[in-house]
Design a protein around this ligand. Structure first.
Ligand code: CTP
Length: 402
């Protein structure tokens, strides 16, 4: 099963330089299972040809409001779509949509749309985006109920480094937003989920640190899946070995103490905390000011415990906050996990086997979920995305019971 199987996306492309990125978006959505109907405006065709989109989607491309045999496309296309996406949306298109114009197939399609969500992805020069006219038109689209993706800051087509936002987000980020809008309303919708991920680092000297092999894959998968289900997500992460996900607010930390402080802050409004991070448990008692040199004898390094984040932030939990911990073990997996469930006052512990295909760095994971209520779910070897979904299903069940 692919993530977009059975989904129909109406992808409107207007005449901006970023239209080339929409070809990638159309291809990714198609490969992920979606049926993508592309509608090009007249100026979009100056940037990318219909043939490109036809080849990538395997479907005819539409660009005429009035054409023999296609007179009702502007009614049929939006009605059969599960979502309407306009990417890139130029300043001109935003103005036409805000004014309720129906002077081409894409603008008319928006007016004929039924319940399908509409995602507008503006892309233009940063000065144009900042203009009051564009901002007011965009505010109008939001007021109508359209979802508008804020443009990013970065290099613009004019080869000036954009000093403000204007640049279209990358196809992967747009795709993540589409997935979120297509997700059915879930128990996690509107909840604030705090997820920790990755290792932390404890400095020995200015160039060395103690850490572990965590890459953050499991925590990032959890944060991405929770956001896709409609939650507001804070991802507190040590140095990640994978890309941070689209959607969650990232709080980047280095040490276990910084992670503890960030988790404490986030708990103030949290409905759930999932501690998937592998914080360093020890740190050097003293950090050398200068790089440690090779001397006659290797230095002995005295260590001390860092803060245990789950224990130390217990007092910051709001009543009813669902707490999930991990127990990554090489031996006595379930007994150790059970002990952590109690010692750290968890609602759920994810007993995580360490092996070649499971644990740090792997794309798959082998876990057993142990609940405070005594429920035990032993999951087969699964992709970390699937494990994330199983954990979130359990968390959703715990919300139900509160
Ligand atoms: N954890 C934490 N603070 C730490 C270390 C770990 O909050 N300083 C959290 C982890 O994120 C995980 C859970 O506690 O959710 C269990 O982590 P684990 O490393 O398995 O257990 P430890 O408490 O460190 O115990 P031990 O290393 O002795 O197994």
């Amino acid at each position: 099963m692919r993530p977009f199987d059975g989904r129909r996306v109406l992808l409107g492309v207007t005449g901006g330089i970023a239209a080339y990125k929409s070809a990638t978006l159309a291809r990714e959505l198609t490969l992920a299972g979606a049926e993508v109907d592309v509608v090009l405006t007249r100026s979009a065709r100056e940037f990318v040809g219909a043939v490109t989109f036809e080849a990538l989607t395997g479907r005819p491309v539409h660009d005429q409001l009035v054409a023999a045999g296609h007179a009702l496309d502007h009614i049929r296309l939006p009605r059969t779509a599960d979502i309407i996406v306009v990417a890139p949306a130029t300043a001109d298109f935003i103005a036409r949509a805000a004014a309720g114009r129906a002077d081409d197939l894409l603008a008319a399609s928006l007016l004929a749309a039924g319940k399908a969500p509409v995602l507008i992805v503006p892309s233009m020069n940063d000065r144009m985006w900042a203009h009051t006219q564009v901002q007011q038109n965009t505010a109008r689209l939001r007021a109508i109920g359209y979802h508008v993706l804020d443009p990013e800051t970065g290099p613009l087509a004019s080869r000036e480094e954009g000093s403000g936002p204007g640049r279209m987000p990358e196809p992967a980020a747009i795709r993540a937003h589409i997935a979120r809008l297509l997700e059915p309303t879930s128990v996690l919708g509107g909840k604030h989920m705090v997820v920790s991920a990755g290792p932390t680092r404890e400095a020995l000297d200015p160039v060395r640190f103690l850490s572990n092999q965590s890459t953050g894959k499991m925590g990032v998968a959890l944060a991405a899946a929770a956001w896709r289900r409609g939650a507001t997500v804070t991802l507190v992460a040590g140095p990640l070995g994978v890309d941070a996900p689209t959607g969650p607010r990232l709080v980047a930390v280095e040490t276990t103490q910084e992670m503890a402080d960030a988790v404490r802050d986030a708990l103030e409004t949290a409905d759930a905390l999932i501690m998937a991070a592998a914080p360093a448990d020890f740190r050097p008692q003293a950090v050398a000011k200068q790089k440690m040199k090779k001397r006659a004898a290797a230095p002995a390094i005295a260590l001390e415990f860092t803060t245990d984040i789950l224990r130390a932030t217990r007092d910051a939990r709001r009543p009813g906050c669902v707490i999930v911990g991990f127990a990554l073990e090489t031996e006595d997996l379930e007994a150790s996990a059970q002990a952590k469930l109690e010692a750290k006052s968890l609602d759920l512990v994810v007993a995580n086997r360490v092996g070649a295909d499971s644990g740090f760095g792997a794309d798959t994971n082998r876990v057993t979920l142990l609940g405070r209520d005594g429920r035990r779910d032993e999951l087969p070897l699964l992709g970390k995305d699937e494990v994330a979904d199983a954990i979130l299903d359990r968390v959703a069940g715990l919300f139900h019971g509160r």
